[in-house]
Design a protein around this ligand. Sequence first.
Ligand SMILES: C[S@@+](CC[C@H](N)C(=O)[O-])C[C@H]1O[C@@H](n2cnc3c(N)ncnc32)[C@H](O)[C@@H]1O
Length: 305
Amino acid sequence: MSDEADAGGSQQTWTVLDLLRWTAQHFESRGIETARLDAELLLAHALGTSRLRLYLDFEKPVLEEERARFRELVRHRASERVPVSQLLGEKEFWSLNLKVSSDVLTPRPDSETLVSAALDRLPDPDGAYRVLDIGTGSGAIALAIAHERPKAMMTATDISTAALQIAGVNADQLQLSDRIRFLEGSLFEPVRGEEFDLVVSNPPYLARSEAGELPPELDHEPEEALFGGEDGFALLRPLVGAVVAHLVDGGGFAVELSPGQEDSVAQWCMEAGLVEIETLRDLARQPRVVAARRGARGPQRHLED
Ligand SMILES: C[S@@+](CC[C@H](N)C(=O)[O-])C[C@H]1O[C@@H](n2cnc3c(N)ncnc32)[C@H](O)[C@@H]1O
């Protein structure tokens, strides 16, 4: 068998294990790093079952109509490099099942570092905190925080109407809609004059100058979710510059970034008057988040106010 049209396409009997082996090999030959995992996720989806169930059903023959569904998924994954999350229409993040599509960035495991940083800055599990998530996309960060802090009131913003629609569906599905307000607009524009106990953001921070080196899967995600201008700082810089005005005294700030951007962002935090500035690393030990806090307003600032 040589091309994907044959993935379970011939007259022979195909078992679950046959299909997994063939497809994993096929994905590998196309340079897909998570070949076996992707094969399992797509086959489980085509069969309407779970990955665990596949392991119990290795020897079970797969029906032609199920194989036809699977072939379509394999083709999209291998030829067009559509991300598995978009083929499944969902992604697990912080143990929450989230709807995703090509209108939103698929939440990444790296962003769980941002959620942890946020929760560390909201220490009381019953605190009625006011939290702002800028560039909410699928709602991943805001919903994870809302899930962990059942009295927190969330505000989640984005410039993308389509993303906010998906975030709204996710909030409904997780029964968190009553504690999350979605607002459309750029950066702090939709929350003019408001202050929060915590501001978090995973803004677009990739450098457009490096677009050619990125994996082909990113072509299926929205440009405005990925790129922060030529150098990646187009949103990070104004975000850090404006955050102080939206934090209560002692309020927290945590922002995700690419490794290599942390020193500039930490420097801008310092220039903005933030304190307790630290860089946090993701599971791969890469710098991933800069977090800080607004100090108490001194007399000087009151005079300025
Ligand atoms: C990297 S994605 C993060 C999505 C989600 N928070 C997550 O962590 O999975 C960045 C998001 O910021 C939004 N965005 C881009 N420019 C923005 C702006 N100027 N103001 C607010 N949101 C913006 C994009 O539409 C996208 O949803």
